[in-house]
Design a protein around this ligand. Structure first.
Ligand code: NAD
Length: 360
């Protein structure tokens, strides 16, 4: 298969970790007979330095011309970097918002998986962590409260703020379809999270999810209220497979789910549109405190590349091979500085990339 990938290394640790992911993809290419063609694009602070803007229209067009985007991270130290003296719409993060919007990325996927070898970093009670967990938080990314109209005004001498939460059935249907499609590639269970006991938007969410579920008879689905879900995530996370939810609930629950895995350097993510196109990136930022020191953990980016193989290119076997290689390296006791513990072997960013590549 021929896979065209726009590569945005970005700022900080971005170039270091993306280079490791490309190494691993190339090893997959050799083993399974695929060609990965990379087109490197600028976004974030590095684009400001060259073009004066965090993302050019040309870079957006080039990204669209590829099958997927592999992104490192963007941004710098927000207190000291000159990029943060610019007006907000010219800063590095404006590039990220622009590319998400231009590519129509409405579905955000964040896996939360507890590695046997990293259980000690899990903040949950031992008997809960011992059961392990492997879930995918699927968050609607372009609708709901964060995109509705808002205003603050004085009414009869009292300051009053209004935010609007709107969803239409089409927005709900397309994310629900994605959620059930993804469940079909996993353990075939969807937990749809809402607040249907209070919100109209949640009642519509529930109705549409039920309609979509009829097309997926193999998938078991349930509804759960968001407050209960927040509790269940720390009480019994092993019960979840795909957690499907709207924008604000997903924002909060995905951070809660990532917290219980114990390490930001391990967390992959994907944002998808209606086609197979997706943007794949680690959940963490540009880590300016360790940038350029060959210390960063590249595993989140390598696992993001595995998600790209699975969800954009339908190369499930190849994605499994990457995930297996990561597990093997952890089993053998290799760790970058963020996850190192007594009795394990500290390795640099590029060494971790090599170790994973060699196990493909
Ligand atoms: P951060 O995620 O960059 O760093 C938080 C802490 O986690 C730091 O101590 C860092 O060293 C560590 N860390 C993060 N990723 C790591 C990895 N792969 N390996 C080892 N350690 C890792 O968050 P921050 O410091 O709040 O933000 C720094 C910059 O990143 C800011 O400019 C912010 O806007 C930007 N940012 C970008 C994205 C993105 O590109 N999607 C996301 C979040 C933050």
């Amino acid at each position: 298969m021929n896979c065209n990938i726009a590569v945005i290394k970005g700022d900080g640790i971005g170039p270091e970790v993306v280079t490791q992911a490309m190494k691993v993809l190339d090893a997959i290419g050799v083993k399974y007979g695929h060609t990965f063609c990379y087109e490197q694009l600028l976004m974030g602070g590095c684009s400001i330095d060259v073009h004066g803007v965090p993302l050019t229209d040309e870079a957006v067009e080039r990204a669209k011309a590829n099958d997927a985007v592999l992104l490192g991270s963007i941004g710098g130290n927000t207190s000291t970097s000159p990029w943060y003296k610019l007006p907000p719409d010219k800063r590095p993060e404006a590039g990220l918002l622009k590319i998400r919007k231009e590519l129509g990325l409405f579905a955000n996927l964040r896996p939360a998986y507890l590695y046997e070898q990293l259980k000690a970093a899990c903040p949950l009670k031992e008997e809960i962590a011992d059961k392990g967990f492997d879930m995918m938080i699927m968050r609607e990314l372009t609708g709901g409260l964060y995109f509705g109209s808002r205003k603050t005004e004085e009414i009869d001498g009292v300051m009053t703020a209004v935010d609007t939460l709107t969803y239409n059935e089409n927005e709900i249907r397309r994310i629900a379809i994605k959620g059930f499609d993804i469940a079909m590639k996993r353990r075939k269970k969807v937990t749809s999270v809402d607040k249907a006991n209070v919100l109209d938007s949640s009642r519509l969410w529930r109705k549409i999810v039920e309609e979509v579920a009829k097309d997926y008879p193999e998938v078991t689905y349930e509804h759960m209220l968001v407050d209960n879900c927040a509790m269940q995530l720390v009480k019994d996370p092993a019960q979840f497979d795909v957690v499907l939810t709207e924008n604000m609930f997903g924002d909060i629950l995905s951070d809660e789910a990532s917290m219980i895995t114990g390490s930001i350097g391990m967390l992959a993510s994907a944002s998808l549109n209606e086609t197979k196109f997706g943007m794949y990136e680690p959940s963490g930022g540009s880590a300016p405190d360790i940038a350029g020191q060959n210390k960063a953990n590249p595993i989140a980016t390598i696992l993001s590349a595995a998600m790209m193989l699975r969800y954009t290119f339908d190369l499930d076997k190849e994605a499994d091979a990457i995930e297996q290689a990561v597990k093997q390296v952890l089993e053998e006791g290799y760790r970058t500085c963020d996850i190192v513990s007594e009795g394990t072997t500290l390795v640099a960013c590029d060494e971790m990339g090599d170790l994973i590549k060699e196990r493909i």
